[in-house]
Design a protein around this ligand. Sequence first.
Ligand SMILES: Nc1nc2c(c(=O)[nH]1)N[C@H]1C(S)=C(S)[C@@H](COP(=O)(O)O)O[C@H]1N2
Ligand SMILES: [Mo]
Length: 530
Amino acid sequence: MRSRWAAALAGVAAGAVTLAVAEVGAALVMRGGLGTGTASPLVAVAGAFIDRTPAWLKDFAIQTFGTNDKLALFVGMGIVLTGVCALIGLVGGPTKPLSEDGEGQRNHYEKVELGLFAAVGVVGVLAVADRPDFSWPDALPTVVGTLVGLWVLDRLWRRLAPATAAAPAPMGPGAASRRSVLLWGGALTAVGALGILAGRALSRAGEVVEAARTRIGRIRVADPVTVPAGATQGVAGQTSYLTPNETFYRIDTAVTVPQVDPETWRLRVTGMVDREIELTFQDLLDAELVEALVTLTCVSNYVGGDLAGNAVWTGLPVREVLARAGVREGADMVLSRSVDGFTAGTPLEAMTDDRNALLAVAQNGEPLLAEHGFPVRVVVPGLYGYVSATKWVTELKVTRFDQDEGYWTPRGWSALGPVKTASRIDVPRPGEPVAAGEVVIAGVAWAQHRGIDKVEVRIGDGDWQEATLAEEPTIDSWRQWMLTWPAEPGEYAVSVRATDGTGEVQTQERAMPAPDGATGWHTIDVRVEG
Ligand SMILES: Nc1nc2c(c(=O)[nH]1)N[C@H]1C(S)=C(S)[C@@H](COP(=O)(O)O)O[C@H]1N2
Ligand SMILES: [Mo]
């Protein structure tokens, strides 16, 4: 029994050493400028997995883990990999028939074990090769790591190998060799784990972006947005009108946040245009930038969910860039592409009409945070992020919906993603009882680019009551609302619904986020204590 533990540990140790060599190697290869895509096998496998995630699984992951979805993925990968390596170790384990070839010869089981281990390495190499901008040096760390891992596995197996024809040991390996494998296996696993962490830490090229953000400083425009005091009702617990950059929700398919140097960044405008053009980051800074208030929302947001945020965005209107390139007849989509391969298909109309569709360089006056698309992202009022808000954008391709599709479309999400009218109760918080008397119910409602005309609240089986609305500086942002309720002790279901600027009342019909956004009224249970 204990020999099995030793055999499993041998597999895990080999895996840990493989990944340590590969992750440190990947950091060096990328830092040295040799690699062009994703050299880290862990990041590549996670990315390849995310790219193959169907709509229902994305939905589940976001509902279960929220913006910790990537952490959850890494933990899951760690568990699966450990299990696979342990099983591989057991395959070659010591309780198998003895070698007949004499001491030190590989027996059949060890060959299978090494073969399986190599196969896992090949999967890693395939994942690396699958990532955007792949070139062969990207694969080097994984190949070398796998070879080192095979060597470790072989050494440990030899220590465990029970016997030879000359000196059979029918009871399995002796206690001494078992102990030595447990010792070596444990030590190598620990060193490997540290190596993996070191490799990941080493790979973070954050300094370039941080230095650039500091150098750029606050971005000012001739005609800045000022938020009127009336846009804020100031109820404790109510969503603040502007969302701080640091707490702004983050959703993307990027396993690690792309670190883009603004010095080398270029935006290319391609496709159905009269002339392809290329812009530098300085070109953008030198242009006449505008500021706009826009609430961004994720299509994966559930009714009552918090995957939405409001900010002042600073940028160059996309329509001006498209005009410079000259859009040809027949185009109806702009496919924006990110450095990490993500794409969003946005109706050309939304990019060229008079709304503030921006190539944004700043969020609330500050250069974008790396997580939110530094140096440049797209922001389009009225559309969910997945069809418009490409972060780390590097290309705008003018094209047609019947010729191209955005990242999420073949994965079960609608090609078109106008934001659906939504309203949310922020206070009282669900599950927190309130004292009888004057209770303030408050929250936000949004229907970007249509605006919010009315918010109504229903308490228990009472009538719909109109809430007081805050000022609405723009129809592109959410609107705060509040209602004072003389509450008597009891249990109440409290619901909210909004009416958008076109007069349409938010539907009660429940829909899941996939394929084009959740619907239904946000309802919470409130207990009023006497
Ligand atoms: N490059 C890139 N841009 C992206 C995404 C992505 O996965 N990759 N996700 C989009 C989605 S689904 C949303 S909701 C918004 C979220 O923007 P935020 O993370 O800044 O809030 O970014 C959009 N832009
Ligand atoms: Mo999203």
